[in-house]
Design a protein around this ligand. Sequence first.
Ligand code: KG4
Ligand code: ZN
Length: 340
Amino acid sequence: MLILAIETSCDETAAAVVCDGCETLSSVVSSQIAIHAEYGGVVPEIASRKHLEMITPVVSQALHEAGLAMNAIQGVAVTRGPGLTGALLVGLSAAKAMAFAQGIPFVGVHHIEGHIFATFLEQPVAFPFLALVVSGGHTHLYLAEGFGRYTTLGRTIDDAAGEAFDKSAKIMGLEYPGGARIDALARGGDCRAVRLPRPMLNDGSLNFSFSGLKTAMLSWIAKHPVTIPGQEASDLCASFQEAVCDVLAFKTKAALRQSGVRRLVVAGGVACNSALRARMTLMAADAGVELHCPTPALCGDNAAMLAVAGNYYLCNGLASPLSLDVTASWEMDRIKEQFT
Ligand code: KG4
Ligand code: ZN
């Protein structure tokens, strides 16, 4: 099945053409980061307007790069949520219009479900597996037993890991989004130089908390201003990353132990982080677990990732009704309700 996938949940307008949920024929991502950087974060109204401007050219580009005309497409997969309401509406409306005009089915896909299955575009993973999703809005541990069958084992009770990266970067005076900037500065830094907390490490749950870490960064910077670039800045970034990695690796290892699952998927924008990738590789090897972490280009927001679950649903006759609405917050265990 040839699927056109569309993603507009936040600040990337993306479209892709994917064959049978595994072969990416094209993947176009138009980023708005430079526009939002000026404001230190995503401005929802600006994001919606930019999506509106870019959606048609981005879809045309994806079809062009795949060497296909719209009438070759057999189904449309689109992010239905979670995300910014106005931004999601642009993608969903475009998907519905294209599906209706072509007389083909469309399906609303959960953004996080998309992230989890991005790795399938490189290599399929057998169920069941554990998924650690670390993005700008999510830090969740899921047990995935099949498409649409997810159990939340743990989640952040406050900030997401990506949010902690971005807020800490802002505290340091780094440009939005700061995750990649912290990653780059941390190279050459000493991860034991600054003592930072490991929130909720030994609370016995599989939940996370990152707001205390951000506050600790704020207090450190207030007492020890850093110049960028510089050794102190690198040490602080490396120490921050180490604290995040310690917590993520510890809780993921506990979830693997408790669930008895032998396969681990690490997904979402923060999975681009070099220290986290290295740590998860070590942890998985130590625990005797198979690790699947997509290449960085597939970790961040893109549309191709939506076509994996989208292909499964559409091939199994699970299409969304044209009355489907966006949902800014959507629990993973309620994904299948739209089909009933
Ligand atoms: O998955 P994503 O592209 O969008 C959301 O669904 O949120 O994730 C974006 C997040 C941002 O917080 C960004 O700073 C973070 O991923 N990120 C990184 C790195 N690259 C992106 N965080 C740490 N290290 C990186 N190299
Ligand atoms: Zn995302």
